[in-house]
Design a protein around this ligand. Structure first.
Ligand code: ADP
Ligand code: MG
Ligand code: ZN
Length: 635
């Protein structure tokens, strides 16, 4: 329907345009003949001399007005002329008396429709365009589906995902299951006078399975499922987002009971009044509309709104208050058990070698979320295909872990012998200090094979268990380990390189955090100093609130420096005492390019590791500089 209306309008506009053009070009038909313009006095003398054959007088003014008349004519010699005169009536009589053939034309009346078109048409056009936009903004129009919600409706083609596909977040699942109960049998709750929750907010870091959970909820609940993303409501024109929200909820009411899912809620749900433009911007209207719709729910549990976000801190408080998104379900990073379960879910339809131990993999992947784990297994499967094997083995899985954590290996990057040596000492420095300091995570791997975009070498420490609290000594150890790469360079080569830039950055950040946020500096005490401010349009912490004086700022800098210096001295002590050992381990690393945890431990304990390259490790295919396999390796 909309298309027909649009086309009709277009044709109408075109026709009107053509008519006006034709009208404009056709009226001055006499300008097409050539007339010489002459003065009135010359005309009079020509008339008196009897040179004029034909005279045509045209008065363009309406009766009653006095204005010049157009006088045109032809001389005896055929020359045409044009002039303007005042007393046209008398002139006509005089000329006729002189034997000239005179015609007088009545003032030209413009036809009603030409004047209508030429005067009214532009105005009408403007008004039309204006009304059209207004109509669309208000949400009535369907012409360009401006105000149509972009939400996808799933009826029978509902996602096939079930709660079995989501692993490692059992508490979140239970809570969602309860919410589904509200939809399935609301009477059970309303009978007791309980109000069924309106909105459920899934909160958690990216990749933890929030979207997956919502889809699973829809799959299990067996009701229509609307799926939208917060960014669908963010549009250039003010009011469009709000109109879309209205449309979405209107549709949902037709299909109730149903679930509405809004992913990435933070795109619309930000704090109001935080924008630069005085606060009354498009996003605010959208948010207000969502609030209005949420308040309009009758508490009978026919529609449930599920939203997901990884930034609950920037959501408007009004969204979070009771009666709106009053259920918050946290979807956290999985622990060891959770990771094992997630790995199992994604390993279901793949073939693995007998040596694959899921619990070992789970222990090697602290901090990774569901999406990473899925990616890891996929990487391992790709590697297996590249190695021309038919079962995914532990080697490929471990390589998958490193790829996910540090990026793909880049053996083809050319590094000179000298640089390689520096990198080897740098990494051995990290590893040795990590080994010597008590309570630090064991070294899992040392490599001087470049990986990812920037890492030239790396040392991988893996915790034996998940940690939720970090002590002051843990943090000091961490800083010492970060600084020890630089310390090793300095001790061995007497010079330093740019290779430690990232280490220094992280060390400084940690030290600053200890002083300003964690209350771990005796001098400054337990005061939290400063804070981060969210800059709404940049979406990043670009401004730091300083709620302390210049002196305190100075003291902070001093404390940070003191911490770094202390950690540096400790790392230097550790390494300079073990200079000989460091040389030995570095030479082995240079030879092999890769040491695993047990080999490193053996070297540290003074056992001579045999410097033979491990025969069991299959040679990895070359990779191009962009990290992609060379042509031909992927079938
Ligand atoms: P989020 O929305 O939290 O950013 P997603 O739900 O989009 O994360 O997760 C991306 C993918 O990662 C999912 O499609 C799924 O394959 C996998 N995944 C994430 N979490 C889990 C989990 N708990 N169990 C199984 N798979 C998961
Ligand atoms: Mg998501
Ligand atoms: Zn380093």
């Amino acid at each position: 329907m909309g298309r027909v209306v649009k086309n009709l309008g277009l044709y109408l506009v075109l026709i009107l345009l053509v008519v006006t053009m034709v009208n404009m070009f056709l009226t001055p038909e006499d300008t097409q003949k050539q007339y010489d313009e002459i003065s009135y006095s010359q005309f009079l003398s020509e008339l008196n001399a009897g040179h004029i054959r034909i005279l045509q007088i045209r008065n363009n003014t309406q009766p009653g007005e006095s204005s010049a008349a157009v006088i045109q004519g032809e001389m005896q010699n055929g020359q045409r002329f044009l002039t303007y005169g005042l007393e046209a009536g008398k002139l006509a009589d005089k000329a006729a008396a002189l034997g000239v053939m005179v015609t007088v034309e009545a003032p030209q009346k413009s036809t009603w429709w030409t004047s209508l078109i030429t005067t009214l048409f532009p105005t009408l056009l403007l008004m039309g365009v204006w009304l059209y936009f207004l109509y669309n903004m208000q949400g009535g129009g369907r012409v360009m589906s401006f105000s149509r919600s972009k939400a996808k409706l799933f009826l029978d083609n509902r996602p096939k995902v079930t709660f079995d596909d989501v692993a490692g977040c059992d508490e979140s699942k239970e809570e969602l299951q309860e919410v589904i109960q509200f939809l399935k049998m609301p009477e059970k709750f309303t009978k007791l006078g309980a109000k069924v929750p309106h909105g459920v907010l899934l909160v958690g870091p990216p990749g933890t399975g929030k979207t997956l959970l919502a889809r699973a909820a829809a799959g299990e609940a067996n009701v229509p499922f609307f799926c939208a993303s917060g960014s669908d409501f963010v549009e250039m024109f003010v009011g469009v987002g709000a109109a879309r929200v209205r449309d979405l909820f209107a549709q949902a009411k037709r299909y109730q009971p149903c679930i509405i899912f809004i992913d990435e809620m933070d795109a619309v749900g930000r704090h109001r009044g935080a924008g630069l433009g005085g606060g009354h911007d498009e996003r605010e209207q959208t948010l207000n509309q969502i609030l209005v719709e949420l308040d309009g729910f009758d508490g009978k549990g026919n529609i449930i709104l599920i939203a997901a976000t990884n930034r609950p801190d920037i959501l408007d408080p009004a969204l979070l208050r009771p009666g709106r998104f009053d259920r918050h379900i946290t979807v956290d990073r999985p622990d060891v058990k959770g990771r094992e379960a997630i790995l199992k879910v994604h390993m279901k339809d793949k073939i693995f070698a007998g040596d694959v131990d899921v619990s070992v993999l789970a222990r090697q992947t602290p901090g990774l979320v569901g999406a990473d784990l899925e990616n890891l297994i996929n990487e391992a499967a790709l590697l297996t295909a590249r190695h021309d094997r038919d079962k995914i083995g532990m080697d490929e899985l471990e390589e998958g872990i490193e790829r996910v954590m540090a990026g793909p290996e880049r053996r083809s990057r050319l590094i000179s012998e000298k640089e390689k040596k520096i990198i080897a000492y740098h990494e051995v420095g990290h590893a040795m200090v990590a080994k010597v300091l008590p309570d630090s995570d064991p070294v899992h791997k040392i490599s001087i094979i470049p990986r990812g975009h920037a890492a030239l070498g790396y040392t991988l420490q893996l915790p034996e268990e998940d940690r939720f609290l970090t002590s002051r000594s843990d943090l000091m150890n961490r800083i010492s380990i970060l600084l020890s790469g630089r310390v090793a360079e300095e001790l061995v080569f007497g010079d330093v390189t740019s290779g430690a830039a990232n280490d220094l950055d992280r060390a400084t950040q940690t030290a600053r955090q200890m002083v300003t946020e964690l209350g771990m500096s005796e001098k400054l005490g337990l005061v939290k100093l400063g804070g981060k401010r969210e800059e709404i349009f940049l979406g990043r912490d670009i401004a730091e609130d300083r709620n302390y004086s210049e002196e305190v700022a100075y003291a902070i800098d001093q404390e940070v420096k003191a911490i770094i210096d202390a950690c540096y001295a400790r790392a230097r002590d550790i390494l300079s005492e073990r200079r000989a050992l460091m040389d030995k381990i570095a030479s082995v690393l240079l030879e092999r390019e890769l040491l695993d945890g047990s080999e490193f431990d053996a070297l540290m304990n003074g056992e001579t590791a045999d410097v033979q390259p491990d025969e069991n490790v299959p040679p990895l295919p070359e990779t191009r500089d962009d990290g992609l396999p060379r042509d031909g390796f992927l079938a």
